[in-house]
Design a binder for this molecule. Sequence first.
Ligand code: PLP
Length: 474
Amino acid sequence: MMSDEKRASGQGDSLSPDEFRRYGHEVVDWLADYLSGQREYPVLPNRQPGDLMDALPAHGPAEGEGMDAILKDFREQIVPALTHWNHPRFFAYFAVSASAAGILGEMLTAGINANGMIWQSNPAATELEMTTLGWLREWCGLPDTFFGEIFDTASVSTLHALIAARERIAPETREEGAPRGLVSYASEYAHSSVEKAAMTLGIGRNHHRNIPVDAEFRMRTDLLESQIEEDRRQGYTPFCVTATIGTTSVTSVDPVAEIAAVCGRHGVWLHVDAAYAGPLAICPELRHYFDGWERADSIVLNPHKWMFTPIDLSVFYIRHPEILRKALSLAPAYLRTAEHPRAVNLMDYGVPLGRRFRSLKLWFVMRSFGRAKMEENLRGHIRMAQELAARIAAHPRFEVTAPTPFSTICFRLRADEATNARLLAEVNTGGTLYLSQTRLGDLYTLRLAIGNVFTTQADMDLAWETIQREAEKL
Ligand SMILES: Cc1ncc(COP(=O)(O)O)c(C=O)c1O
């Protein structure tokens, strides 16, 4: 009643509770149809830059509009301009999925709209974050000495790794600003987020070393160690090494145990970027890829990449949370609450103050799948990738250009770069599937990554037929 009165006066929410219920059901119906009917959409939209902006009004509406009109425009204008990341034949970058359970969790998070900056501002968010990340830590075989927290992306998780690494070696930074001459290391195949973190923190790109890799795209530990020694001789201060399990281009795995030994010898922080491959540690038979990560100082893995959780949700584990707290806690008077040993204030362990209730969707996903179904899905993706890699390798006109340890295949036509680039463009324009490309050294290479929970063997067969058919036309 109150809300009707308010609405009549021009104030209050734009929808009545009944309208919310009606349109809420309509949206869920649309999503249910979308999840089961995605194969009818072209994976990539047939749009030119600016098309959508030109079609939308240049000015926001002075008066509120009806939800029927808004949903109609969503269907007719927004959806055709979407790249369908949840499509079973989205194979570009790293394929991801918003599973049905994850979507339900995300909807509730939006409705609850609770901000978990401190324990008191949302005990449920804080404690569910601790609980789900404890479960995940156990599923991944990590010791419970790791403290977990959720950030939006792996880029932000890695930024926090470098913040903590710097705090350990240069605690004066908080008051005095960062000293010069700190040096960070990662392989030349590491994700750009590591270098970006160094840029963001004022370390400087010139003080980030890209260590060369071996023939299988793994960081050369001998070159890492000699570079650290050389930097020390030059008067620099090595402070952080990032090892990657599942590099972005080729999903190679750095020798983490060896790198951990180097870091131990030189007193350097070890951060492990397992943003893509991390969830595979859930499968016991794949655990050997993770040898040594339990010795890391910090780890990132992204359930929003390969754990069927809607973007965004990145998990950051850190062995020494007190270091991050020392670096970043700064509580203005309005956020101070009584100390309680079990009341964790997550704002103290990161740059953001406000925190979405992200753990809710992870909790939904972990409970709905359970460990067994999660493992089976991951194994299924790897099986489909291995099978396709074998078919590609057996084809006289194609070659596989890197090992396929997980679910990402690097391959190319035995032809020049321009022909491969045309093949990629033709395949993607057709809308049946979406691939991306990378460069391995000088070699232009196509990439097909499987990670969507809806992908079936029939999707893989259709993808491979389409690629071959387009190649024949060239
Ligand atoms: C290995 C690796 N690390 C980090 C990232 C960055 O992830 P995010 O988009 O969550 O920042 C990616 C993205 O693909 C990645 O492949």
